[in-house]
Design a protein around this ligand. Sequence first.
Ligand SMILES: [Zn+2]
Length: 408
Amino acid sequence: MATGPARDVMAAHPDLPVEHLGDMLLAPGFVDVHCHTEWSLSGGLAEGPGFGRWLRAFLTAMVRSGWSGHRAAADLAVLSAVRAGTTTLCDSGPTGAGVGAATGAGLRAIVCLEAFGDDPARADETATRVAALAEAAGPLVRVGVSPHAPYSVGPVLWAALAGHPGLGGVAWSTHLAESADEDRALAFGDGPVADALAELGATIPRWPGGSDASPVARLAAAGALRDGLVAAHCVRIDADDVALLAHAGVRVAHCPISNSRLGCGRMPLEALAAAGVAVGLGTDSPGSAGAYDVRAEARACEVLHGGVLAPPSAARLVELATLGGARALGLEGETGSLEPGRSADLVAVRPAPGAGLAGDPNEALLRADSEVRHSWIAGRPLLRDGVPCTLDTERIVTEAAEVRRNLC
Ligand SMILES: [Zn+2]
């Protein structure tokens, strides 16, 4: 894209059409660093209190759903994300249905295929599926791998995935240090997370470290942390863990709504930033959070952190929702900022009455009553006057409603 005073840009590109947006706020499209498109229909199906109890109810509901509805769910998630002004997302799921959904929408995405268990033979199978998904992916969609979490993937499979020639160069994501229940499962092999996995016939894998070792320390001891790994949550971390994550080049997806709803705690946002760890915002899924709305996560982030310290400024929150997210995904050279050389991934937001250009534009951009009206990916319209341009909204909603009926 080119940026600058309108007069100069128009003079340099006289062949391009000109569109006047009026009093809109123009910003980089929002970046969702961690979500599950396949779980868009899981809202209200599982509740806590506590992460382990929620996980047990969630897994039970999702296993009961079978696999046929995953594409319909992924399409609905992408529709929600587009309406919310998201132009880039990082998805994790067991089938990779997000590849087709993001490709169909023309959304920029990284879709990580989840792996589970501790059988090293699954690395081959996972790599084969990743290659097939990559074959089907559009030009803006990359395919990666996600060993789901240290309580659901053991060090043997993790190492086999890391050592597999088909998976070394792809994107990696995981869930890490999310809850006290995870700490207990890894330390003692029991508690609510172990109970949740037992329902599926699975046991908690054995990672290195004594009973007081943190999840981050266990992965570090096993050599499982890697440069570019996007770790979601990272709530249960101390100063040593922050240093381990920074040293390894791990990026973090902060999911404040999910962390709040499940009572997991408060991620040490500024400690990670001070250590140089790239942090962005993740929407997770309606199973534990909202509906793929990065601005809602930014507002929740302000509330979550404001109760303890000075809340992050509106400018900082917008940075987390855009460039911070792009950095966390290693995509800052392509998206996340309005700079020459970046792709024209943009969002236009109509500020709420009274919150217009006279006030702080970052604050106005984040307000729930400021409306996402248009978005573009690489200059191509994705959302126009609040209506998705590349998606068949009626079909998606109808198919999703059918799947949801069978879930309840
Ligand atoms: Zn997640």
